[in-house]
Design a protein around this ligand. Structure first.
Ligand code: CA
Length: 240
């Protein structure tokens, strides 16, 4: 059973979501205040598998909640609930560390599909080694860096960087397609499972973050290359 925290101050919406998710077998708790939710999520083992986080909240807004969660080292997958699909909100959400977003109003079936998508990826990252799927990619070494996909952590001599679920999933996708050029649209579909007409700048934003983690000079990337007019390509060992 997956535990969901709904952070939403509109009582009717929160109650409706809770009822529907419980009917689907989720264990659901609700918080109305961003500050209170943040305190729960960052206090030791909070036990939640996924967070549905509204943007407009009393206390702290959703962007701040997810940003401070990530700063505190809490990497529970977060789906932001945004009012209509303001592109700026979507980009701000990803930048803050959210894993996915849904624009209000949304269909319950779509919410469930996206939630299951987040939970599946989380389960994969955590369990693939235990399941003995040795062909799957649980870790990767390149250029003095070690990516642990299960623990969502990038390590190098003298340092480490935790990755959000989506950062780890995107990096894993790129590593698995090493040397191949992948388009932004493909990344949105394959990594985020987004088929609607989403602004592809969300992808660029994530790429910029990954470059800050893995490139010696993020302004002149050698591993995460831009293929002009097409998309991106990951190269583990670029020729000098
Ligand atoms: Ca609200």
């Amino acid at each position: 059973m997956s535990r969901v925290l709904i952070v939403e101050d509109e009582e009717h919406l929160a109650a409706g979501l809770k009822l529907n998710l419980e009917a689907e077998g989720f264990v659901v708790e609700v918080e109305e205040n961003g500050q209170v939710a943040l305190e729960r999520l960052t206090s030791g083992s909070n036990g939640f598998d996924v967070v549905l986080l509204d943007v407009m909240l009393p206390g702290l807004d959703g962007f701040e909640v997810v940003r401070r969660m990530r700063e505190a080292g809490t990497f529970v997958p977060v789906m932001l609930l945004t009012a209509r699909s303001h592109t700026d909100d979507v980009l701000r959400g990803f930048e803050a560390g959210a894993d996915d977003y849904l624009s209000k109003p949304f269909d319950l079936s779509i919410l469930l599909a996206r939630l299951q998508g987040l939970l599946r990826r989380k389960t994969w990252l955590r369990d693939s080694e235990e399941a003995g799927q040795t062909e799957e990619l649980v870790e990767f070494h390149f250029a003095g860096k070690h990516i642990d996909f299960r623990e969502q952590r990038l390590r190098w001599d003298g340092g480490e960087q935790p990755l959000t679920l989506m950062e780890a999933t995107l990096l894993r996708y790129l590593v698995r397609h090493e040397g191949q050029t992948v388009s932004r649209k493909t990344l949105l579909e394959e990594v985020w499972g987004v088929r609607q007409d989403t602004d592809t700048r969300a992808v660029d934003n994530f790429i910029a973050r990954l470059r800050r983690y893995i490139e010696a000079d993020p302004a002149h990337p050698t591993h995460l290359q831009t293929v002009r007019g097409v998309g991106y390509r990951f190269v583990a060992e670029p020729s000098a």
